[in-house]
Each structure stands twice: as C-alpha cells, then as structure tokens.
Design a protein around this ligand. Structure first.
Ligand SMILES: [Zn+2]
Ligand SMILES: [Zn+2]
Length: 591
C-alpha cells in the first residue's frame, strides 16, 4: 500500500469518527448546533454551540457513546440533494444554513473555504446522524476501531475564525487504526508536553520572554546564554576550519538599499516600519544578504579572490502576527547563522559539495542524523539565464548523490531567483524541523551588478549562494531543548558537574576540586546549600546536570569524587583525574 493511500484511509477514518462524535454530542444535547468537523493531522475536531461548557466528564461520556455507535455498524450513505431539501434537512441548524448559503452562492466548500470546483450539495448519513458533507468517508462505522478512539480536549473557536462571530466549543479527538497506534500517539503527546521548550526554558532557567519588552523578543538567561556561547564557539571554530571568514554587519540600512535589493517590493510585509534619521528612512534588517553584497562590492574582485565564503551570526527582525508567536520557535527578532558564498562557474560544483558536507557534519555534531532533504528546481516564472539554472541544479543534485542523501525533488518549487536544497532534521520524537537551506541567487547579483575580473581580463557575474545552517539560533535552541528534553549532552550542558558535599566539613575540598575542574575547562558548581544530600542530588537531577560528584570523608581522604550520572547510575569513587578524562571524552564525542 502506498503512503498516499494509507494517508487517505486515515483521513476518511478521522472524518468519519468526527461524524460519529457529532452524533453522540447531539444525542446528549438535542438542541445543539453543529458547525464544521474536518479531519486534521493526527485526528479531527468538530465545532458545536451547546447550552453549557463541556467538562472532562462529558468528554468521557461522549467517547463511551461513540464506541457504542461505532459498534452498531452504521453504513455511511452519500446522497446529492437540491437546495430546498438541504434547507429542510438542516432546518434547525443555523450554521449549516449559512454553509448552504455559501455553497449555493458558489465558490465555497462546506468549510467556508473558497473552492475551485463547482459545488454540489451533498449529505452523508450514518445511523441517526446526517451532515452536509462532501466526504469521503469509510463505508461503515465498523471500520472504525473503538479501542483506537480518544477525545483529547475542548477549546474555544470562533465561528469561521471571526472574533465578531459566536465562540463555539471545539472538541478535538483522535483515532488510529489500532489501539497500539493510539497509545504510541498519546505517549508522543505526553512526551512532547514534558519536553516543551517553554516549560523547560523556565524550569532550567534558559530564557524568557517579557511582555514589558515585547512579544517574540528573547531574553537569554545565563544558562541559556552559556549554551548559546558553546554553540557559537563551535560554529565559529568549524567555520574557520571550513574556509569561511566571519563578518559583522549593522542592524539597520537605508530604504534605498532595500529598494535595490527588492525587499521593499516583495518582502515589505515582513519588515517593520522605517525609522527616520535626519530625514532619511532606515529599516531594521530582515536579512543580511544586501550587506554582504555591498561588502563584496567594496573592492574590485578578481577570479583569484574567489571563492569568498562569508559567514555571520546576523540578528534580523521580521514581523510575525502576535497570534502565531510561539516560545523560541516563532519570534520577531532572531539570529540567523547566515553565510554567502561567491564563486566562479568553475567553482560551483566544489563549493556546493563542500557546503553540503559542512552542514551535515555540524547537524550530526548536535545529534541530528536523520533528515528529510528536498531539492527545489526552476519554477515557471524565473529570472536569470537558463544555462546558469541548469548548472546550479546539476551541482545541487550531484552533491546530494555524492553524499548519498535520500532526497525528493520539488519540480518547479524553487524561488524565482534560484534553485535550492532544504534540509529538515528529525528530532527524538520523529518531528521534522526545517534547518538548513542552500540556495542559489541569480537576482541580487544582477540587482547590485556584482562582478569579478576573469582570467580573460573581462568582467563576469559571480555565482551567489545563500546558506543558513542551523537556521535561527533561537529556534534551533528550542529544537535542541525538546530533542534532548533538557538533558543536553555534556559538551552543551551549561553546568557539567555539580559537586555535592555531604557535610559542611567537605565544602573546602569540593571548592578545591572545583578549581581543578575549571582549570581543566569544565563548567562546575558546588552546592553549598544546607540541604540534605538527597535533596542536593534531586536538585541537580532536576537541573539535568550530567555529573553529580558526591564528596564525603572517604572521598576527601582518597583524593576522589563519587560519580553519579543523571540517569541515576552510580559509578562510585574515582580519582579526580579519572573524572576529568571521562568528562573530556564525553565532550569530545559531542552528541
Ligand atoms: Zn463531513
Ligand atoms: Zn542571504
């Protein structure tokens, strides 16, 4: 069975279960109004207007009734109806009447969304329930596994998403093929909640967002700041090793610059209002590219100077609606780990292979070894010479083949200005996150008239490639927090070891060991609180510190530390030097 077909079955199962849920709800509240109930990713919902707010007990009752309805083995029957009959069937249903209005006046489907196809009024009946519906459904409720149904929660939702219309109650539910699949899914949901970076961000003292400063603007607290520092240090070191130069550019630039770059034409919606400086308009930068281009143009470039690889941790500001902001994942100000590569046509193949390899190596170091890779090719509307597009696409494809990365091709899915490779990383829960982009640009080099002097003494246009590797440091940090559930590998942990004196008389020895560990480059804390040892261990464990080093009389006498891992494993007493070697080994291994 193909993936698509399986998905389609799940889609029908979920939509059918939504109908069964609506039936159960209407049995309980015969005067209830039903709105819409589509299948969604991993489940379904249905919106209702009911005489009172639903409680968790209601959900349980509705779910139990759903299981009975399913077992009654009702067929799903499809029928096309004319407007008069439809209005009659749903005579008591005000939202269905409004949906019929939309359908008959043309151009809207039953979810109130613009439809491409001509609309036919159709209904689906199963048992006592009838819905204005296009389907598709399963043939019979018996195809729904009652053990695999679960109602999840109720949330408020405005009719048609319009805050001036009534607030409805939206019941979210899920259904799978087997009980096992359901349990797996529920476990993932719980696990995702447990790993939520917003919660861990607070519990571990990593970052915060403060309404007095503004939504979507991140404060990196000392521990989050330490992790960022480690990420940046590693990033810089690898970039220097990889033949990049690191540059810095300002946060604002003149309106004319963004006119030349085209951002004010096609990207203005994501930019903030301009600042006025001595009568000249400046914009906060949404991207770093034009700055790097002008740096390139600050000198005459010869083919001998190329390739140039310029990387920057560049902080950019992009407008996002307040409703979509989400922790570290969706913010208004963020630092992109950006780079631009400028090269000659002869260097394109090597440069692309090099940047792809470089990117994968860094993603691996952070513990991401599974990817979903997409190559997007020339769309119908494009700028630049077709021959250049061909060469660029061939280089991208060749690099993917050499690196033996599985990839899909999005034919015609590239931006108008160049083809690209996108890499999504898979986290510990199997969720995908867009990270790396390697993207040709045939637009900026034209707009800014970039040149280099070739071997022939004539001016040529360089190839320009944008590359973001981790994407945004904020978002990547959020992904890291959730991937590791806050238990970062040793090299990233803000505190790598906590020294725990059993009694006050062991404190000075702990401090002496701490100095020794710091001198060896480790990040260490001594817990000098007057908590009992057990509490100290629990605190360190909650902070997900990789090593707890417990010190009592025996350790002081023997010049040792008793090592306990955050997993709870007890490694017993070891000389301090041995511990240092162990920690260094773990740091070297990275993920
Ligand atoms: Zn339906
Ligand atoms: Zn760029």
């Amino acid at each position: 069975m193909s993936e698509d077909h399986k998905d389609e079955l799940m889609h029908r199962l979920r939509h059918s279960t939504a109908h069964v849920m609506a039936q159960a709800v209407l049995e309980k509240f015969p005067k209830g109004q039903v709105a819409i109930g589509p299948p969604i990713e991993d489940g379904f919902y249905y919106d209702f207007e009911l005489p009172r707010p639903l409680t968790p007990d209601d959900l349980e009752e509705i779910e139990a009734r759903m299981k009975e309805i399913v077992a009654e083995e009702h067929p799903f029957e499809y029928r096309e109806v004319d407007e008069r009959e439809a209005r009659q069937i749903f005579a008591d249903q005000i939202y269905k009447q409004e949906l019929i209005d939309g359908l008959v006046s043309g151009g809207e489907d039953e979810y109130g969304e613009k439809s491409e196809e001509p609309v036919v009024l159709s209904i689906y009946t199963d048992g006592d329930f009838v819905d204005l519906c296009r389907g598709p459904h399963v043939e019979n409720t018996k195809q729904i596994n009652p053990q695999a149904i679960k109602l999840l929660n109720v949330a408020g939702a405005y009719w048609r998403g319009d805050e001036h219309r009534p607030m409805l109650q939206r019941i979210y539910g899920t259904v799978w093929k087997t009980q096992e699949d359901l349990e797996q899914y529920l476990w993932k949901l719980e696990e995702a909640k447990r790993r939520d970076h917003r919660r861990l961000g607070q519990d571990l003292g990593l970052y915060s967002v403060n309404e007095e400063i503004g939504a979507g603007l991140i404060l990196w607290h000392p521990k989050g700041g330490m992790i960022r520092q480690v990420i940046e240090d590693y990033w810089r070191q690898e970039h220097y090793k990889g033949g990049y130069d690191i540059v810095f550019t300002p946060h604002i630039g003149k309106a004319d610059l963004w006119k030349t770059s085209g951002h004010l034409d096609f990207y203005q919606e994501s930019m903030y209002a301009p600042l006025d400086i001595e009568g000249v308009q400046y914009y906060l930068k949404p991207m770093n590219c034009p700055f790097h281009v002008l740096m390139y143009k600050s000198d005459t470039r010869s083919y001998r100077d190329l390739p140039l690889r310029w990387a920057e941790l560049g902080t950019v500001y992009r407008y996002e609606r307040s409703g979509v902001l989400h922790g570290l994942m969706r913010v208004r100000g963020f630092t992109q780990d950006d780079a631009h590569i400028f090269c000659t046509p002869e260097q394109v193949d090597d440069e692309i292979l090099r940047v792809l390899r470089f990117s994968i190596n860094i993603l691996r170091a952070f513990g991401f070894s599974e990817y979903e890779v997409m190559l997007s090719t020339r769309p119908e509307k494009f700028i630049g010479e077709p021959a250049r597009w061909e060469q660029a696409q061939a280089a991208l494809r060749r690099a993917l083949e050499i690196e033996e990365l599985d990839y899909t091709v999005d034919e015609g899915g590239g931006a108008f200005y160049g083809p690209k490779i996108d890499i999504k990383i898979k986290d510990a829960l199997g969720r995908l996150w867009q990270c790396t982009t390697i993207q040709f640009d045939f637009n900026l080099s034209e707009r800014f008239d970039m040149n280099y002097v070739g071997e022939d003494g004539l001016e040529h246009r360089p190839y320009m490639v944008h590359r973001a590797l981790l994407g945004s440091l904020e978002r990547f940090f959020g992904v890291l927090v959730e991937h590791y559930g806050g238990a970062f590998p040793v090299w990233l942990s803000p505190v790598q070891a906590t020294l725990i004196p059993i009694a006050d008389r062991h404190v000075s020895y702990c401090e002496q060991v701490a100095e020794q560990l710091k001198a060896a480059g480790l990040r260490v804390e001594v817990d000098k609180s007057n908590d009992r040892m057990r509490n100290k261990i629990r605190k360190a464990q909650e902070q997900k510190v990789p090593y707890m080093l417990i010190v009592g009389d025996r350790e002081v006498e023997g010049g040792q530390v008793s090592i306990r891992l955050r997993s709870g494993e007890d490694l017993k007493g070891h000389p301090v030097d041995e511990f240092i070697a162990m920690a260094h080994e773990a740091i070297k291994e990275k993920a």
